[in-house]
Design a protein around this ligand. Structure first.
Ligand code: NIG
Ligand code: FE
Length: 391
């Protein structure tokens, strides 16, 4: 069956993330063209040599890069935490306990409301160039509410994560061990069919190292792959546990010892940094530089959630990572695209190469550096997801 082909030509600067195709780790090409065939990239190269196609788009010198891969988001929820944010910006500190506010609102919401909220966020992210997005449960905390969160999430993305261990459910406040039993037992049984990943918030006020190990191990036994909320608010065992269990990613990585950094650098576990969380909790940023210099693979992600980081903007995360976390614009753009793909163990997204999924972001700018150079400015000119022009 023949599919429709689209030639995007006149690309001033093309980020392929394939060093075999161009210069540096971003595999940069100038005066380039890309051909989309169906949902795939079919050709990449110099504009002057581009083949003919059914349709032609002239990029007029703009930059083209892979769609953003947002590998950490919490988008199945209802309710609002404006007041909590406002109080924080007036001096109160962030604690894991605020999650309970969203749990109450999420439990009270209908399936249709949660579905519509999630669809809205996926669309909002897509308009800003995000073509792959991960989505966690974690605001239900009962067997039925966690399972429905994942059922709803799975309608919108294959990257679904079981986070029953977000905090101890309010009903189990006096019996955290009982809650861990639920999360590793009946709740896991109900959730595993709808999830690809298992996650745990390993933190003071949430789950300690032993509890986190129990949750992740149970998930692994059910065929889920681990990822961990680690070392966000305090130093702790999360990163070491993630590395030991072969987690795809350790997320936050804000408070790291030298041993934590070395463990990440010596492993396949990606360090996923979430600058929106430090921004919105007025906390100290993690050091991307330290991790990169040690040799760790770094991803950037939004952590989009109503409490600690209510942004869906990968461009914002890139700008903050460059300004505050010691990353170069090239490193930050790589982390937001190929880095996210590594964190989700995806080889079909995060690059622009023959055979990769045609997830493309055309910027209203001549270079990917503008994502950091022009903070806060909407730069999306066009977005293709799986070959379909969405924006
Ligand atoms: O990743 N760290 C745990 N979970 C979220 C916060 C969720 C919330 O405050 O609602 C995070 O920052
Ligand atoms: Fe998170």
């Amino acid at each position: 069956m023949s599919t429709r082909t689209t030639l995007i030509t006149g690309i001033g600067s093309l980020v392929t993330n394939d060093p075999g195709q161009g210069t540096g780790p971003l595999g940069l090409l100038t005066d380039a063209a890309v051909v989309i065939d169906g949902d795939r990239v079919a050709w990449v190269g110099p504009a002057a040599q581009a083949p003919a196609a059914d349709e032609r788009v002239d990029a007029e010198g703009r930059a083209l890069l892979p769609g953003f891969v947002d590998s950490h988001a919490h988008l199945v929820f209802a309710g609002d935490r404006t007041a909590e944010f406002n109080a924080r910006m007036s001096g109160q500190s962030y604690t894991a306990g605020g999650i309970r506010t969203t749990v109450a609102a999420t439990r009270a919401a209908s399936d249709a409301e949660l579905d519509a909220n999630l669809a809205g966020f996926v669309r909002e992210a897509l308009r800003q160039g995000t073509t792959t997005i991960e989505c966690k449960s974690g605001y239900g905390l009962t067997v039925a509410d966690e399972a429905r969160a994942l059922r709803i999430a799975a309608k919108h993305t294959p990257e679904t994560t079981y986070l029953g261990a977000h905090i101890v459910a309010p009903e189990y406040a006096e019996d955290p061990a009982g809650y861990v039993d639920l999360v590793t037992g009946e709740m896991l049984d109900a959730c595993a069919p709808h999830a690809r990943w298992v996650d745990v918030f390993c933190e003071k006020g949430a789950f300690d190292g032993d509890q986190a190990r129990a949750v992740l191990t149970a998930g692994i036994e059910r065929g889920l792959t681990p990822r961990v909320h680690a070392n966000q608010l305090t130093y702790g065992p999360g990163v070491q546990l993630a590395v030991e269990l072969g987690a795809a990613s350790a997320d936050h990585c804000t408070h790291l010892t030298d041993e934590d950094v070395a463990a990440l650098a010596g492993s396949a576990t990606v360090a996923t940094l979430l600058p929106g969380a430090e921004f919105s909790t007025r906390a100290e940023y993690p050091s991307g530089r330290r991790l990169l210099d040690a040799g760790a693979v770094v991803a950037l992600s939004t952590d989009c959630n109503p409490g600690s980081s209510f942004t869906s903007s990968m461009a914002f995360c890139i700008a903050v990572a460059v300004r505050e976390m010691g990353m170069t614009p090239d490193e930050a753009v790589w982390a937001a695209t190929a880095g996210g793909a590594h964190a989700l163990r995806r080889s079909d997204v995060g690059t622009i190469a023959v055979g990769s999924r045609a997830d493309l972001l055309l910027l209203d700018a001549p270079s990917h550096v503008h994502l950091a150079y022009r903070p806060g400015v909407p730069l999306t000119a066009a977005v293709w997801r799986a070959g379909v022009r969405e924006v």
